[in-house]
Design a protein around this ligand. Sequence first.
Ligand code: SF4
Ligand code: SF4
Length: 218
Amino acid sequence: MADELLYDAGDFGPWLKSKLDPSTLANAVVACGDCSACCSTFDAIPIGRDEPATLAAIPVEFLQRVENQATGTTLLLTSETHVCPMLRDGACSIYDVRPRACRIFDCRTMAAADLVDKEGRHAAMGERVDKWVFSYETDDDRARQLAVLDAVEFIYRHPTAFRSRGFSYEPSWTATQAIRIHELFLPEREKNQETEIALISEAIAIMRRWADIEHRVD
Ligand code: SF4
Ligand code: SF4
């Protein structure tokens, strides 16, 4: 334990607040150091039509248009082992014009939601996620962390409700959504059997509001 390397994830409260600020959809500040684990994790990386510099920097053989999408999204395809073709010698070769999806990705969301997956294609990222350590300045910070964990449990408790509306259960997605709906699970909210269906409706409404914001950014 003594020689285990840990990483400072920052103060939980301010960090959480930043995740609820739509302006952070433009960029996330993560102290990645020499880590590039998330560049070897996903099947594909979406690129919006308002990212021409990004599209121009990527060889066409790695790009796939997604038809019938209002946002005109193009996918940057990764290899069979999920490695991004723009990853060279452990670093992003198009860093200055990397996709927005890469710029806003913050694996601390999974640390905050305690969604640490060290299996299969998530293994390398899971190892990194497991090493983030938040600090908590106030009781409210701790209450919000617990609310995020409750939100994760809630999302997993209602797979039919969320899957039937097209929501993914990818760990990073689940963590992001749990953060967005966590205020439904703060102690001051009265919880009982009667509110469960209402909670699902409220959660879905919040997720859809964020989806609309994300499409506007696209
Ligand atoms: S896995 Fe996390 S720390 Fe590593 S590059 Fe991705 S966002 Fe940064
Ligand atoms: S484009 Fe760059 S930052 Fe994005 S996944 Fe590929 S190598 Fe990583």
